[in-house]
Write a protein that binds this ligand. Structure first.
Ligand code: NIG
Ligand code: FE
Length: 410
């Protein structure tokens, strides 16, 4: 994608810069008449344009008045899976609930069967299309979970697809092990034994192979309980692997409190999160990840406790949760739009949720999610006058280019 080779000192002028830097006294950290100076992968400084000294032959890129934001960060996706769940969606539209479908062996289990069936190339080819859609919406970092393989071989296959995509696509992939997504049929009725299999076999083997960087679990009445979660988190922590969870999506069994106990990266969904758990989160580094597209697709009616998260200053991220069952939407812009309309976030909170706070949810907050000196040169460039227009209109995409690690397609 590169018109600018890495290593070169490059000056980027005439952008309206939404730095998302909270130290700047504006909700988007907006800067006007300033230039971004990059060297290779990094932003070196942001300086007033009038102070610029441009050496002869130095590359200068003119944004032409476009809005520049940090590259978007989609911090929660299940991008890699076989098959689809369109028929189940139709069942739900005809009246069945997500829980009922799961209890009948549908839901996650049907995607597990299809994923085990699918070969590497099929998974790769399907995923690269979805990844292209995210990239087309301005994404430069994306988290991708396993969790539809549920045994060593198929979890490895899934994560190897993520690793291959990382080589091919100009995007930073943060892979997560979600083997504790559901109990596979070989362990039916023996969830504790399956947790042991993850702790003793799947997790250490695939971590050793360098295939993931965090561990996730679905804490829910229809999935794993707190005791099982604690066991997994202890085993992960012993290997120095950060943890996160799907929590309080369908019920509240105290999952976020357990994530807080282990100082987890994020607790995700959280429609049914309570104030006491929020107090626990507020003392930790944990990010609350909001997934409005899954809320919408499941026709949920209980919205996450946004006001309390603000009150206790728990950072909020926003993500697509792309997956075949509850969020078949590869559109970060739609997720930000719906975070505002359905959950009541302000547009600045929604954009912070896909930049600064999403970076924190992936442990990348010191290098990604803001435009400031020392951060990676990852930009999304938009043909808009104000930031809210990034996700105001869906259908016409105002993205005009991305810069990823200093290499530009703008
Ligand atoms: O984030 N909640 C659990 N996991 C996914 C859904 C996975 C599926 O239904 O396939 C989610 O919504
Ligand atoms: Fe999810």
């Amino acid at each position: 994608m590169s018109k600018h080779t890495s290593g070169e000192r490059t000056i980027w002028v005439n952008g309206l810069i939404a730095t998302m830097n909270p130290e700047i006294d504006d909700q988007y950290g907006l800067l006007r008449d300033q230039a971004i100076v990059t060297e290779g992968h990094r932003i070196v400084e942001i300086v007033p344009q009038e102070d610029l000294k441009i050496a002869a032959g130095q590359p200068v890129v003119d944004f032409g008045g476009a809005l520049v934001t940090p590259g978007l960060i989609d911090c929660h996706t299940h991008l890699i899976f076989g098959g689809d769940r369109a028929a189940e969606w139709e069942m739900r539209l005809n009246g069945a609930s997500y829980t009922e479908i799961a209890a009948k062996g549908g839901g996650i289990s049907s995607t597990v069967a299809a994923t085990r069936e699918a070969d590497f190339e099929t998974l790769y080819n399907r995923t690269i299309q979805r990844l292209a859609a995210l990239v087309g919406d301005g994404v430069t970092t994306v988290e991708i979970k396993s969790g539809y393989g549920l045994d060593l071989e198929n979890e490895r296959k899934t994560l190897e697809v993520a690793a291959a995509l990382q080589e091919e696509v100009a995007v930073d992939i943060s892979p997560t092990l979600l083997s504790a997504h559901s109990v596979p049929k070989e362990f039916a009725g023996r969830p504790d034994d399956y947790i042991d299999e993850i702790c003793n076999n799947i997790m250490p083997a695939l971590y050793e192979e360098g295939l993931f960087e965090a561990v996730d679990i679905f804490i829910e009445n229809i999935a794993f309980n707190l005791e099982q979660t604690e066991k997994l988190f202890k085993a992960a922590t012993a290997l120095n692997i950060p943890v996160k969870a799907h929590s309080e999506q369908l019920s509240n069994i105290g999952g976020s409190g357990m994530v807080a106990k282990f100082d987890g990266l994020s607790t995700d969904h959280i429609e049914r999160l309570d104030e006491d758990s929020i107090k626990l989160l507020s003392e930790k580094r944990t990010v609350a990840v909001l997934l409005p597209l899954a809320f919408y697709f499941l026709k949920d009616t209980i919205i996450p406790p946004v006001e309390l998260l603000r009150k206790y200053k728990v950072p909020m991220a926003v993500s697509t949760d792309f997956n075949p069952g509850t969020s078949p939407f590869a559109s970060p812009r739609l997720a930000m739009n719906m975070a505002c309309t359905l959950f009541g976030l302000t547009p600045a909170e929604a954009l912070a949720g896909m930049t600064r706070n999403a970076a924190r949810a992936l442990g990348r907050e010191s290098i990604q999610g803001q435009l400031k000196a020392g951060y990676q040169a990852n930009f999304a460039i938009w043909d808009v006058e104000r930031p809210v227009e990034i996700f105001y209109e869906i259908g016409r995409n105002p993205l005009v280019g991305r810069v990823f690690l200093g290499a530009s397609d703008f």
